[in-house]
Design a protein around this ligand. Structure first.
Ligand code: S3P
Length: 186
């Protein structure tokens, strides 16, 4: 199975890095939030507002199952998860059982906050959990341990999208080469 799933907090660059990485590898890209919006027929903000976060997490889990079930068919895929997806045990379990390569994109909470605030100003990106800096930092800290369960952690603070994508492509190729050298068959 050729797939890489990008995880990390809001503003980590999962979507922009994911698109660039997919382009480099000539793989397809999908964003789990887009999948949820498609399946539910309403925006992430509307799901939160009308049905609450719990309903969103159910929809997120169902969408993840769907993505995983369809992975085998077709070329390689890069998938960007929403910021809360990898903090849910049932989701990490699914990914681990499917032996998916996961990459945690990390940055200091202050930088993540600035990136999200800029996106909100410039492109109107609505994030229901983007409220106050203090609460944002606490949520980041409470999830960080889960994110660190990803196979690889890449620091993105102060770095360009292209550079991060190259870093991931190289790291994954190296890991693969090491596994081959250790005699693992694909
Ligand atoms: C969320 C992050 C969002 C989106 C939803 C909830 C979270 O995705 O899934 O607003 O719980 O951190 P991004 O990380 O792409 O902003």
């Amino acid at each position: 199975m050729r797939a890489v799933f990008l995880v990390g907090f809001m503003g980590a660059g999962k979507t922009s890095v994911g698109r660039t990485l997919a382009g480099r590898l000539n793989w397809s890209f999908q964003d789990l939030d887009d999948r949820i919006v498609e399946r539910e027929g309403r925006s992430v903000a509307s799901i939160f507002q009308e049905s609450g976060e719990r309903a969103f997490r159910e929809a997120e889990h169902a969408a993840l199952r769907d993505v995983l079930e369809n992975l085998g068919r077709g070329a390689g895929q890069v998938v960007a998860l929403g910021g809360g997806a990898f903090a849910e045990k049932r989701n990490t379990r699914l990914l681990r059982d499917a032996a998916i390569a996961t990459v945690f994109l990390d940055a200091p909470a202050e930088e993540l906050w600035l990136r999200c605030s800029r996106q909100e100003r410039e492109s109107g990106t609505e994030r229901p959990l983007l409220k106050r800096m203090n609460q944002f930092r606490k949520l980041y800290q409470s999830r960080r341990e889960s994110y660190l369960e990803a196979a690889v952690t890449v620091q993105t603070g102060g770095r360009e999208v292209e550079e991060i994508a190259s870093d991931i492509a190289e790291t994954l190729a190296l890991k693969k080469a090491n596994r081959r050298a250790e005699g693992e068959t694909e």
